[in-house]
Design a protein around this ligand. Structure first.
Ligand SMILES: [Zn+2]
Length: 65
């Protein structure tokens, strides 16, 4: 995917991770959230600096799911 905002077509795109106060936001397959050794992956994304649209959400470790 090109680094162009899907909403406003801006090319001022930042890449990063979704974070909460304690670390990155993870994707957990259904039923894994409460397990001690849960399968999960950190979620990465891109964000438009002009309109704030977040897009291209991606799992860093999709093979771990
Ligand atoms: Zn935009």
């Amino acid at each position: 995917m090109d680094n162009v905002c899907e909403e406003c077509r801006s090319k001022k795109i930042a890449e990063g991770s979704l974070l909460n106060m304690s670390g990155p936001v993870g994707f957990y397959p259904e039923g894994e959230e409460s397990k001690i050794k849960a399968k999960y992956s950190i979620v990465k994304c891109k964000a438009c600096k002009d309109c704030g649209h977040i897009f291209d959400l991606r799992l860093v470790n999709s093979s771990n799911i």
